[in-house]
Design a protein around this ligand. Sequence first.
Ligand SMILES: Cc1cc2nc3c(=O)[nH]c(=O)nc-3n(C[C@H](O)[C@H](O)[C@H](O)COP(=O)(O)OP(=O)(O)OC[C@H]3O[C@@H](n4cnc5c(N)ncnc54)[C@H](O)[C@@H]3O)c2cc1C
Length: 392
Amino acid sequence: MNDHFNNIEVAFRYRSDKELKMSKMLFSIIDSSVITKMGIAFTRTSIALGLPLNAIFKKTLFRQFCGGTTLGEAGTTAGKLRQYKVHSILDYGVEGKETEAEFEKTTNNLMDAAAYAASNKIPFISMKVTGIARFSLLEKVHQKIPLSTIEEQEWELIKTRMDAICSKAATLGVMVLIDAEETWIQDAVNIITDDMMLKYNQSKPIVFNTFQLYCSGTLAFLQQSHEEAKAKGYILGAKLVRGAYMEKEQARAYKNNYPDPIQKDKLSTDKDFDAAVRYCLENISEIGLFIGTHNETSCSLAVASMQALNIPADHPHIFFSQLYGMSDHISFNLANSGYNVAKYLPYGPVQDVIPYLLRRAEENSSIAGQSNRELALIKRELTRRSLVHSNA
Ligand SMILES: Cc1cc2nc3c(=O)[nH]c(=O)nc-3n(C[C@H](O)[C@H](O)[C@H](O)COP(=O)(O)OP(=O)(O)OC[C@H]3O[C@@H](n4cnc5c(N)ncnc54)[C@H](O)[C@@H]3O)c2cc1C
């Protein structure tokens, strides 16, 4: 393990023995990809049949990866993290909705989240455009297919919703992260997000677009977005991630016979991710940089670049981020060394965050060594604690 993140006592001091034992059990289960695949298939079938699974989820995956079912519960979790200088991002975990009533509800919830964040020292909220807009309309805008009059009105309404959220957040000084989703709607997301950055990022980064470096063209797109921001006189908000939808992207490209947008291998993604971090750091007065990764090497390289460029650890334009319930050894050790760190803290009714939880289970089980790494760290900390207790 990288030296920067080696202090497991720091990493887990916000978790009780009981919580850590629960995490150990959970990661031991997720570690088996066969059991995880069976569990996910069972969950999807149960949801389709309308079987109640909330109670099981609430005690297991939800507790590990979510901040709570309500804003208040998420706020309590955020307060706990803040004791160790780790900030939070209120992530209203609802996605993939389809009706106007649901879009309005999500918009109101996001505005409430911005207000709650402002009065509880929480620096960010995050959102998915598919929480406030119909997927198929976004697809049409992405493909530049002419919209009907009704669709034009719907598109304007989406922009109005987005503006209501960002304007409220900007007034309150809360930053808004716009998540990246599937590439076949991403141009529509970019159009709306660029409009918001132009409007609200005049003096500091408030709105952040997300750049998925697993796509071959994204590094160039990041540089182009920076040039555009400079030309129009605003600060680019750049949230950098590798990308979460690789299998789905590749399957769709194969099925519809178009070039796969994903890089040719993992190394190429890693190279572009680290180059993107470096590019943003070199232009840090013009870019708000949000480094969303669980990759130790990328975090270490970012730290080394900051030191080489004489950028202070707590530069207000730079945040490191990991998801709640994952890679605490990175988050808490970085925060302990004075870097700005924020955890993505999903919250919402259990049934609404199930898609998010299934992605976490899948990701932990499929990414080489991810759950294994978590498990090894948790076991080490439990052993350390039992030695301390027995020597006391
Ligand atoms: C705070 C935070 C916010 C996030 N927000 C978003 C978001 O808005 N949108 C989104 O899509 N994802 C998001 N993610 C998920 C992210 O994109 C990654 O899927 C996840 O973090 C794993 O990548 P990594 O950098 O942590 O680590 P690693 O384990 O080093 O990288 C794994 C990733 O590398 C890439 N990869 C793996 N194999 C290959 C291959 N053969 N060829 C090319 N690339 C490959 C994939 O992107 C894979 O997820 C977020 C993650 C974090 C921590």
